[in-house]
Design a protein around this ligand. Structure first.
Ligand SMILES: *Cc1c(COP(=O)(O)O)cnc(C)c1O
Length: 866
């Protein structure tokens, strides 16, 4: 009989062991080996059985064992040490506390639809969530006062298994929050906090709020599964990325609007300072800006436009994908249905909401509401997640700043990073502590990695490879059994994979751009590589396809069928249910991390960074982070045929290049051993990789970039808006209105220059411009010369800008501007002139998307400057 309800009965720990509960409830254990050791010693066998999940451990450990432990002095001492260590970690000042107190934000809210903190809290589907988890953990390590906000999905994403013929099967286990390391957020009187948002037809959506403690960082997770909700509303937080349309929109309303309300409740109850900056991790949480506008209009008496300025100033938006299907878009009618009618907020008119998400630019789709576009209109600061992705995003969203060159589009980048405590193998950390202690203590002196003895390094790599092989066999057995194989049929698994063979890892979600099956373009060629008599390779593969993605499931099936074949199955395996635990084994144990996306569709990618930190070498298409940091010696770049439009041809070319690289370079280097059986050149590459990539790929570098480049400036802007009774917001909104109204009359009427008769390097060009400011003041604008090299069609390449000044006013109100441009280098040269709005409260010249250029492109070009 099936149970109609299930719940988790929490163990009552004997008094001397109460500290275990405190340890479990702070997720710092997920990256703290000493705390994990304490859990392990509670019951080592059970620890493995519960797959290193401490909540399950405490739920299942026997009362006899607990009684025994409460008498065990050594255990109690270790427990006490672990607790003291946690208190010390939580209480001591960290990097952030050393920054200028006046400049650093009091707190920052971070919104994300998914979080990967630990395999025991499966609330993530892939890179976006893992990044969010690493962001919170690193913020905790550095003392950055972030509050994380998300949803608690009753069934998480899904867990993956395989049918006998290799088809992906999905299971949706139910997670009882009481069986997770969470506590319910309660009012001081003990009643659970309720967050409520309005729905059409007078319905209400309620949510409770779970609190996860990620080291120093509180994380609030909204959960609609409460009794006051009707059954449909209870299911809103059922699955991550489960439904479409209404369901998805409701999740995002709860995340954005409900999330802000949850923060207000949390700050009221805990005394935590209110966030000055709101960071929107991808578009899903974008409605948070609407809620903050509503707060300002209804509580502070600002107008919608004034509130918008205030909200924008304190908002950072990070875009994560150049794949159109990865961007959230809703039919406009759906937005009207949920934000209009009786549910329309008086202070947030539905037409204003619709305008924020409108694709009202050339090539835009007028019927949709785009969450990323809304995110960018609600945030003064926007970034992509690698240098290349920043470029691609400026291209992709350039329409929002029409008239500006792509290079001027105000989207920057912060390249992602990974949290060392989570991803670096303990053995690697311990090796570093032994051999390069100064590096571990200070984070400085990466070059010293080169001094680590090669034998030691190779030994650790062997330990990690061996552990992966054992773990792969265990998972393979489990999968074959589950697919219906008998014990006799799986005896071969005892010898599947080889702890001495070059091991290539390939694990990722399975959207088509990641090309799971590129390696199978030529199955015979692949077979040759796997079965090479002296230089074999083995490949470990993992990945989940989105449940609605039939194409992705076909790719998985293709791989599984290939890997099932008797002649290769000991050299290539597909391991189901890619999660953080499997990810850790893979990035730690693989010698090579392979990645072959369709360039430039991988925004950043982070799994290769994890591998690099563990001494793996990357073999990858130059996309995302690898485009930025591949240096010719830290791995291999698979040549990309990204100019080619025929996809089959492109795949064939790139696959051929991949085979060649593996055969002629990767495996040759791996198997080239010296007298002590060490691959000298390989280990040199490993050392070079760690020494040069280490400081870049670590998430603390990423957090520094966000704090210094985004959070602190956003807090400064937000203070400039809100200070003095919101005078800044009022004046900026009024100024923008005035500029917008006048702009159609702003014109560059005449441009002339002198000095180009005999141009030579070192000379100066004097530019004179007559402009009509349409009634605006000279202070409202910048009149600039753009100058520099030009290409064959006279387009300026990465121009420099110089301000023209000395405005001279004519009788009719027009103005003359003058200035000098240096001719700094020889070769083709050109210039143009532009007028743009100027206000010190704008974060970029392009912010308003307004620009005035001379009627016909004026400017000189000259083929040979001397
Ligand atoms: C790191 C990680 C990812 C993201 O890696 P990509 O390189 O972006 O594919 C996805 N899933 C898991 C389990 C991870 O650990």
């Amino acid at each position: 009989m099936k149970a109609i309800r299930r719940f988790t009965v929490r163990t009552v720990l004997p008094a001397p062991l109460r500290g275990l509960e405190e340890l479990v409830l702070n997720l710092r254990w997920s990256w703290h080996h000493e705390t994990l050791d304490v859990f392990r010693s509670v019951d080592p066998e059970l620890w493995d059985l519960v797959r290193h999940d401490p909540v399950r451990l405490l739920g299942e450990v026997s009362p006899e064992r607990l009684a025994q432990l409460s008498q065990d002095r050594r255990f109690l001492r270790r427990l006490q040490d672990a607790i003291e260590d946690l208190h010390e970690y939580l209480g001591s000042p960290r990097w952030y506390q050393g920054l200028d107190a006046a400049a650093r934000p009091a707190s920052i809210a971070y919104f994300s639809p998914e979080y990967g903190i630990t395999a025991a809290l499966p609330q993530y589907s892939g890179g976006l969530g893992i990044l969010a988890g690493d962001h919170l953990k690193t913020a905790s390590d550095l003392g950055v006062p972030i509050i994380g906000v998300g949803l608690l999905y009753r069934h998480g994403y899904f867990s993956q298994s395989l049918s006998p013929d290799g088809w992906q099967l999905e299971r949706y286990p139910t997670f009882d929050p009481n069986g997770l390391p969470l506590t319910l957020l309660r009012e001081p009187d003990g009643t659970p906090v309720r967050v409520t948002i309005g729905l059409p037809q007078g319905r209400d959506l309620h949510a409770q709020v779970w609190l996860a403690q990620v080291g120093r960082v509180p994380q609030l997770l909204l959960d609609s599964d409460v009794e006051d909700n009707d059954p449909a509303a209870r299911d809103i937080t059922d699955r991550l990325y489960g439904g479409g349309g209404d369901h998805r929109l409701l999740q995002e309303m709860l995340l954005g609007i409900g999330g802000v309300r949850a923060i207000r409740a949390y700050c009221r109850i805990s005394g935590h300072p209110a966030p000055e900056v709101f960071h929107t991790n991808e578009g899903h949480a974008g409605f948070l800006g609407l809620e903050r506008i509503r707060e300002l209009v209804s509580e502070q008496g600002l107008s919608f436009d004034e509130s918008l300025e205030s909200v924008r100033a304190g908002t950072v938006f990070t875009t994560h994908t150049p794949v159109p299907a990865g961007i959230d878009r809703f039919p406009r009618e759906l937005i009207s249905k949920y934000f209009g009618g009786v549910n329309e907020e008086r202070d947030v008119p539905v037409d204003r909401v619709l305008a924020l998400g409108a694709e009202d630019y050339p090539d835009g789709d007028r019927t949709v509401f785009n969450m990323a576009v809304m995110g960018m209109r609600l945030a003064q600061r926007v970034n992509g997640v690698s240098e290349l992705h920043g470029e691609v995003s400026r291209e992709m969203f350039g329409g929002l700043w029409g008239g500006f060159d792509t290079g001027d589009v105000p989207i920057g980048f912060v390249t992602n990073g990974v949290h060392p405590g989570t991803w670096v193998a303990r053995e690697v950390l311990e090796l570093a502590e032994r051999e390069v202690p100064a590096l571990v203590e200070t984070g400085q002196g990466w070059a010293d990695v080169r001094k680590v003895p090669e034998g030691e390094m190779w030994r650790v790599r062997g330990v990690l490879r061996g552990r992966l092989v054992r773990e792969a066999r265990r998972r393979l057995r489990e999968s074959w059994r589950q697919r219906g194989a008998s014990a006799a049929e799986i005896s071969w698994i005892d010898d599947a994979l080889d702890p001495e063979v070059l091991t290539i890892g390939f694990a990722r979600r399975v959207p088509s751009y990641k090309r799971l099956t590129l390696m199978m373009q030529d199955p015979d060629r692949l077979k040759e590589l796997l079965l090479h008599p002296t230089r074999p390779v083995q490949i470990v593969i993992a990945g989940k396809a989105h449940p609605a993605d039939e194409g992705g499931k076909r790719l998985i099936q293709e791989i599984v069928r290939f890997a099932d074949a008797e002649d290769v199955r000991h050299r290539i395996v597909f391991l189901p249910d890619y999660d953080m635990a499997l990810g850790q084994s893979l990035v730690q144990g693989c010698d090579v991390w392979m990645n072959n996306p369709l360039r430039p569709l991988e925004a950043c990618g982070t799994s290769g960074m994890k591998s690099a930190l563990n001494g793996g070498l990357n073999l990858s298409i130059r996309d995302g982070w690898w485009d930025e940091w591949y240096d010719g010696q830290n791995g291999w770049a698979i040549p990309s045929a990204d100019g080619l439009s025929a996809p089959e041809r492109r795949d064939a070319l790139e696959a051929a290049a991949l085979y060649e690289l593996i055969e002629d370079h990767v495996s040759v280097t791996f198997y080239d051993r010296n007298g002590s059986d060490l691959p000298r050149h390989w280990l040199e590459m490993v050392k070079h990789t760690i020494a040069t990539l280490g400081p870049k790929v670590l998430a603390p570098r990423m957090l520094h970039d966000y704090v210094q480049g985004y959070y602190a400036p956003a807090a400064a802007s937000a203070r400039a808006m809100s200070g003095d009774g919101h005078a800044g917001a009022r004046s900026l909104a009024a100024w923008k209105q005035r500029v917008l109204k006048a702009w159609p009359s702003v014109a560059v009427e005449h441009v002339e220059s002198s000095g180009e008769e005999s141009p030579h390097v070192g000379a100066r060009l004097t530019v004179r411009v007559v402009v009509d400011l349409g009634g605006l003041d000279p202070d409202d604008v910048a009149v600039e010369v753009a100058y520099g090299r030009v290409d064959d069609s006279d387009v300026l390449i990465e121009p420099s800008y110089v301000d023209l000044d000395g405005a001279e006013r004519f009788e009719d109100g027009r103005l003359r501007y003058v200035g000098d441009v240096p001719l700094g280098r020889s070769g083709s040269f050109g210039y143009n002139v532009r007028v743009v709005p100027r206000n010190r409260m704008l974060a970029s010249q392009a912010e308003m998307g307004l620009i005035a250029l001379p009627p016909a492109p004026h400017g000189m070009t000259n083929g040979d400057l001397r």
